[in-house]
Design a binder for this molecule. Structure first.
Ligand code: HMG
Length: 390
């Protein structure tokens, strides 16, 4: 049975910071950001956007196109959860007016949870042929102002419809996985910014890649030449490039800059101007690859490396389907990215320092530019959401 990604839609906030402006504010050479870490802009969510609105807005085109009517499983992957009990996906299920005969649950393991959700959705469809699942990976990446991680912030969500005989990518059954209990990046419940041992995290990311690949290669007998493109977890685009170089070096595969460009560049375009979307990051890369590659990817194999700090890594693969170009949201994605509002430094700091009130009071939030849904306020300890659709 062929199971995989039938549709993919991506959403990020309508506001961004250009890292040139951040570099000036931090007295850093802009090339450290533009070239050193390979990031140009980072998406910043306004106070009335959170993982629920990001996720619901990502999934909205699927709802509009009538693709969610018979979905029976919603898996919501995030590490920026908004409630210790209620799954963010249940709010999304409501906002999207999905049918009640549906299981909804939230998953967490740092940036890896999007892949955990994808694999679980595939298992669900294998057990229930003909049924469909919706995977949403939605996150807001926040580090302290002035910290080394600051330039790698971002936000966004990806919504993927998972089905039998998918239109976009069939996910192949073999996976290589690697888990190790490490403290490279974490966020205690009392903090809204992540803590990170930055350099160490890059080393663990690569170690987990080499281990995951080794198991995948053992299972499949494939070599790097069996892949036409790669999608890596993208905390910043340079990380993906460095990881692939390390993998090639380990396998004694020569790689010139042109080949590197061919294998990775199209998957990095969206992330370079939105920043880290944590759980959704690798899938933002997939949307970027499918949307922006001019060559026909039909029948081509993509290698995926998903990484979540803490840590879990997984290497797996998928094959692009013949008619995939007819089922993309490429124009909508481009339109959204082209129509964002740039923040000044002061606006960025004000938004960053804005904290969702935790005093149990009654709040109505000012309206910023958002997608079809917004986080409108808090009343009686309950988050309130508003649909801007007629
Ligand atoms: P840093 O230590 O300030 O940066 O922050 P640096 O000094 O290492 O410089 C970065 C690169 O820019 C270096 O290149 C410099 O040489 C270069 P490299 O040596 O690495 O090749 N550079 C320049 N290049 C051109 N012109 C210049 C210039 N100046 C310097 N003028 C760090 C880097 C990654 C540590 C920081 O951004 C950070 O802490 N980020 C957050 C953690 C992170 O993203 N880790 C990635 C792996 S872990 C992961 O992916 C999981 C994660 O997504 C979370 C999850 O799973 O939930 C984070």
């Amino acid at each position: 049975m062929n199971i995989g990604i039938d549709r993919i839609a991506f959403y990020t906030s309508h506001y961004y910071v250009d890292l040139k402006m951040l570099a000036e504010a931090r007295s850093v050479d802009v090339d450290k950001f533009y070239k050193g870490i390979g990031q140009e802009k980072m998406g910043i969510p306004p106070p009335d956007e959170d993982v629920v609105t990001l996720g619901a807005s990502a999934a909205w085109p699927l709802m509009r196109d009538g693709l969610l009517n018979d979905v029976e499983l919603v898996l919501f992957a995030t590490e920026s959860g908004i409630d210790q009990s209620k799954a963010a996906g249940v709010y999304v299920h409501g906002l999207l007016e999905m049918q009640p005969r549906c299981r909804v649950v939230e998953l967490k393991q740092a940036c890896y949870s999007g892949t955990a959700a994808l694999q679980m959705a595939i298992g669900f469809i294998a057990r229930n042929p003909g049924k469909k699942a919706l995977v949403i990976a939605s996150d807001v990446a926040r580090y302290e102002l002035g910290s080394p991680g600051e330039a790698t912030q971002g936000c966004g969500a990806v919504a993927m419809l998972i089905a039998e005989n998918p239109q976009l990518v069939v996910i192949e059954p073999e996976s290589g996985c690697y888990t190790q209990d490490v403290m490279d990046f974490w966020r205690p419940n009392y903090r809204s910014e992540a803590l990170v041992d930055g350099k160490y995290s890059t080393m663990v990311y690569i170690h987990a890649l080499l281990e995951s690949w080794a198991q995948y290669a053992d299972l499949t007998g494939r070599t790097l030449s069996d892949f036409d493109r790669f999608c890596y977890h993208i905390p910043f685009t340079k990380m993906a490039e460095k990881a692939h170089q390390k993998l090639c070096r380990k396998l004694k595969v020569e790689l010139d800059p042109e080949q590197m460009q061919h294998l990775l560049e199209d998957s990095l375009r969206y992330s370079r101007i939105t920043g880290n979307c944590y759980a959704g990051s690798m899938y933002v890369g997939l949307a970027s690859l499918l949307d922006t590659t001019t060559a026909d990817l039909s029948g081509k194999r993509i290698g995926f490396y998903s990484y979540g700090s803490g840590c879990v890594g997984e290497f797996f693969s998928g094959v692009v389907q013949p008619e995939y170009r007819n089922f993309l949201y490429a124009d909508e994605h481009q339109n959204m990215l082209d129509n964002r509002t740039e923040l000044t430094y002061q606006q960025y700091e004000d938004i960053f320092n804005y904290a969702v009130p935790t005093d149990g009071g009654e709040y109505v939030f000012p309206q910023y530019r958002t997608g079809p849904f917004r986080f409108s306020g808090i009343s009686q300890h309950k988050r309130e959401y508003e649909s801007l659709m007629e």
